[in-house]
Design a binder for this molecule. Sequence first.
Ligand SMILES: *Cc1c(COP(=O)(O)O)cnc(C)c1O
Length: 378
Amino acid sequence: MELGMSTTDKQLSRPVPRPGVMAISAYVPGKSHAPGVEKVFKLSSNETPLGASPAAIAAFQSAGTHLQDYPDGASTALREAIGKAFGIDPARIICGAGSDEILNLVAHTFVGAGDEVVFSVHGFLVYKIATLAAGGTPVAVPETDDLVADVDALIAAVTPRTRVVFLANPNNPTGTYLPFAEVRRLHAALPPNVLLVLDAAYSEYVRKNDYENGLELALTADNVLMARTFSKIHGLAALRIGWAVASAAIIDALNRVRGPFNMNAPAIAAGAAAILDTAHVDRSVAHNEQWLPWLAGEFTALGLKVTPSVGNFLLIHFPATPGRTAKEADAFLTKRGIILRSVASYGLPDALRMTVGTEEANRLTVKAITDFLAGAAQ
Ligand SMILES: *Cc1c(COP(=O)(O)O)cnc(C)c1O
């Protein structure tokens, strides 16, 4: 691996990526195929079982009749719809091709060689990838034994070289969350030049009195950005729509770095329609409220440890006993067409992450794991 830019490298007969790039382990998305199985239940990417809002689908289709036109480079209709829904000045909003683009924009705008970026060890994988791609140094901080972000450890990891702290709240893949008093304590301990990124991709699902998504803090503090996505509860993952709110100065800087037409026209139209369809969001929340606790209860009754989740997914821990491991469970379930997410790449080789699915998918998964633990052949 040639990481440096010495004279020797320059004499190589091929282009050499910048330092850090070859240290990236490319993101591997959740599987979507189960070879030889007719009906597949994809529970590996935290997609909603309720699909997209019919209003969003109609807006998407109507945008399909103008594909020759460039989109509005400022995503005005979408920022205005989000602004209306949340009571935010649209000038304080930036849209991105998924919140992945927002997270990468943050890194490319605020992080360079020698700069450090702090996040929890089981935090969303994109934080590490975006940091390395920007030439920065990722600093992964241990969590508590319950897989919750450890505010004291995060604070202790901040140095004069720290530029950004990424916090997913709730976190993926653990499903755990920090009460907002803890987020405020973290923010209060950060130097004013360190940007706190609150990634609230699953915030709509959370039903806890001590939780806040970070909107208020992002609107009032000069060093906080809240990132959101249309991929999860709005069911628009295919269109790649994310957004963020932060201080005018942060939004201005991000707008200079982003591509001039980073959002496509069908995405702008569908996103604007989706955010106004609050009944659809309410249905998704109600579905999750019903099935998340049911699934957790069933798996616990089977003797498996389940990390308490406030998202639309669950982290299920398997024993190390041969015949009962997460890896073997994954293979067993895949043969039945049930696809969960291996989280070995997150450093959790003994667990699988399951997205809350349709009633049919949820019941079949519990049945399959019951059979697996009972030692069924298939
Ligand atoms: C799914 C997810 C995102 C991003 O989704 P996009 O599809 O890029 O908008 C961001 N953060 C977390 C924690 C996620 O799980």
